[in-house]
Design a protein around this ligand. Structure first.
Ligand code: FES
Length: 261
């Protein structure tokens, strides 16, 4: 088993984005006031705000990229939304950077700067709407699990045809789940009243991570839109999902739980 840091549910990115949003919108407002009033001190304020905004935007992009790569479930609606969110954010940073380069000229075209910044502000609102959907609907950066779900557990394994030891027999408590990364596969190990079960982490509706949901009485519920699956045979118990999930055989011996493909 390889050990890696867990990237589940950290709110760093949603918190950090407040800074570039405030600084870049502040740049546009400051430059507008400077243009209308002719007061040069607002123009200087805009100059420093845009530098701070671009730097903070680049810093906020780091946890954003980590979320995109490691937290957002693969092949899901959130992955597509996350890509659009990233592209829109990069676009508004480019617009503000071009406006910044223009303002450094001896005789800058202030109208062009304001047009670029206004377009950047519109894109910030679009990115904010996409980002808000990622947080509130897809629960990226929040922990959606219920109070008794136990400590988040995640483990990495090489893909192999051999059986893999995935847990000690007493590692999970009742209804607790553990996310297994086996090569490129994401499999959930869960403990039910009848014993251990293993099933795909991928909800067949829009790709929500079932490991982040709730499992009670051998039923797992997707955290995104509430589809429910029987964890013993993978059958859909409640929609909107229509397709069953795949389940995997497990064996137990000498106090260990093994996954077999
Ligand atoms: S992604 Fe919609 S219910 Fe799971």
């Amino acid at each position: 088993m390889k050990s890696k840091a867990s990237f589940k549910s950290h709110p760093v990115h949603p918190i950090l984005v407040s800074f570039p949003i405030a600084f870049l919108i502040g740049t546009f407002v400051s430059d507008m006031i400077a243009d209308i009033s002719g007061n040069n001190s607002f123009w200087n304020t805009g100059y420093y705000l845009v530098i701070a905004g671009i730097i903070m935007g680049l810093i906020a992009a780091i946890p954003g990229l980590i979320d995109y790569l490691f937290t957002v479930p693969p092949k899901s609606s959130a992955k597509k939304r996350g890509l659009k969110h990233a592209l829109v954010n990069v676009s508004h940073l480019i617009l503000f950077f071009i406006a910044f380069l223009i303002r450094r000229n001896d005789n800058p075209n202030t109208t062009l700067i304001l047009i670029l910044e206004a377009a950047g502000v519109i894109l910030i609102f679009v990115a904010g709407w996409l980002g808000g959907t990622l947080v509130y609907r897809n629960q990226i950066g929040v922990d959606p699990r219920y109070a008794e779900a136990g400590k988040w557990k995640e483990a990495y394994f090489e893909e192999t045809k051999e059986k893999i030891k995935v847990a000690d027999k007493d590692e999970l408590k009742l209804n607790q789940m553990k996310l297994l990364h086996v090569g490129s596969k994401r499999i959930v190990l869960g403990k039910t009243e009848k014993g251990y079960v293993a099933f795909d982490d991928h909800c067949t509706h829009k790709g929500g991570s079932l490991a982040g949901g709730a499992m009670i009485c051998s039923t797992v519920q997707c955290p995104w839109h509430g589809s429910q699956f029987d964890v013993n045979n993978g059958q859909v118990k409640a929609g909107p999902a229509k397709e069953n999930i795949h389940t995997y055989p497990l064996t137990e011996s000498e106090g260990n739980v093994y996954l077999q493909f």
